[in-house]
Design a protein around this ligand. Structure first.
Ligand code: ZN
Length: 412
């Protein structure tokens, strides 16, 4: 149960398992309800039409909503499991479809005692984890075995945390001078498939050729491929080959300005210079964007914009942003690294021109998401949880607000 100041954020989820379908039963329940959970006296939003039922109670039986009724109709002593919503908003569990529940060299307690409780406290009941396995043992101590153990423990109720809905491979990001051979690329897919991973995470240094082999083999083994577009290919090319999800707002900006081909051919980093960022926004071509969207829709490539990550870059020098009250929830060592990351963004170009570039880039990302939604591209909510200034759980609500800011309706 979560109190939200912005009731508007509710409706966006594809994951809304239950809430308030039209045929809700409002009858007063008289039979023995002792094994049922009562969530009493909350405000419930109908995610289909936005109507709010104030001061209503929910009866849950075997994990399924059985009935919803005015709080005044409830016989409290009929329920042994009872939660008083006390006039707060009751929302369905939220899924964060892009988060990192482990990071290299971080101790396990960061996940279990910090991330998981904050996610649950913020109503996040499911996470698609984006780097669950380690390429090298030195990236531990938390690697796939531990993630799988946690996944099972959460499922069986031994550990309090959001369901780990999907576990992903490490990101495939070979050095520039490394060349995959076909056999090796295909073998890698088999390795991930044997590990029962749900997603192969690709990254920007992967060559188009290796990407083709990987995605071809992944189709045979029925495992999804998603991530950052290999920088030497376009979103359209990646989608045409079967990309399942495009992560972050950035790649669409790379492809929609006159010098896109040059950038894709020459860039050595997925962080364009300030000059190029200005160019990408100022010379942005909506027609190209619409072409990309058509291809993404045709191929069922989903889009996970993670606006909160671009917002961090835009506001890296803003004292209000840096001194967010939620910093008190962040372990000291992490907060120090977040601030350092923010300093590094500023250091790229601290002039007004430099700071403007990041702000423009972030805002253009919002505009792109609005257009994506209007065009019919499927959008998923993701935060990049685990990354700099992404507050586990809290930032899911931030990202929802970003989507509303982008122009999606609260019930989108
Ligand atoms: Zn990520």
């Amino acid at each position: 149960m979560v109190t939200i100041h912005q009731k508007t954020v509710i409706g966006l989820f594809l994951t809304l398992l239950f809430l308030l379908a039209a045929n809700t039963n409002f009858a007063q329940i008289t039979e023995n309800q002792s094994s049922k959970l009562l969530i009493h006296n909350g405000n419930i939003i109908n995610i289909k039409n936005g109507e709010i039922l104030y001061n209503h109670s929910i009866v849950v039986s075997d994990g399924v909503i059985e009935s919803i009724m005015p709080a005044t109709n409830v016989k409290l002593n009929s329920y042994s499991i009872y939660t008083d919503a006390n006039g707060k908003f009751v929302i369905p569990g939220i899924w964060d479809m892009h988060a990192h529940m482990r990071a290299d060299n971080l101790p396990p307690f960061i996940t279990t005692e910090w991330m998981m409780p904050l996610l649950i406290a913020n109503g996040v009941t499911g996470v698609r984890d984006m780097t669950s396995s380690c390429q090298y043992d030195s990236q531990g101590p938390v690697c796939l075995d531990q993630m799988r153990k946690w996944q099972n423990e959460i499922e069986s109720g031994k550990l309090l945390g959001p369901r780990l809905l999907a576990l992903s491979s490490y990101q495939i990001n070979p050095d520039w001078n490394y060349q995959f051979c076909e056999q090796e690329a295909r073998a890698l897919v088999h390795q991930f498939s044997n590990q029962n991973l749900d997603l192969i995470k690709i990254y920007f240094r992967l060559s188009p050729k290796a990407y083709s082999w990987i995605i071809d083999e992944s189709e045979k083994l029925n495992i999804d491929v998603g991530g950052h577009i290999p920088i030497r290919m376009s979103v359209i090319e990646a989608s045409e080959k079967g990309l399942r999800s495009l992560e972050h707002a950035r790649d669409l900006l790379f492809d929609c300005y006159p010098e896109s081909n040059k950038f894709r051919k020459e860039a050595k980093s997925q962080d364009p210079s300030v000059k190029i960022m200005h160019q990408m926004v100022d010379e942005f071509d909506e027609n190209i964007l619409n072409e990309i969207f058509e291809v993404m829709i045709k191929n069922n490539t989903w889009y996970v914009p993670t606006h909160v990550t671009r917002r961090m870059e835009a506001y890296a020098d803003d004292p209000n942003f840096r001194n967010d009250f939620r910093n008190e929830y962040i372990p000291e060592m992490l907060l120090a690294s977040w601030l350092k990351d923010a300093d590094n963004v500023i250091a790229m170009d601290s002039t007004k021109n430099g700071r403007d570039a990041f702000m423009k880039f972030y805002k253009k990302g919002l505009e792109i998401t609005a257009n994506a939604h209007k065009s019919g591209v499927r959008i998923l909510l993701g935060t990049d949880g685990g990354d700099t200034f992404v507050y586990p759980g809290f930032s899911v609500h931030d990202e929802l607000q970003e989507l509303v800011l982008a122009g999606l309706t609260p019930l989108a």
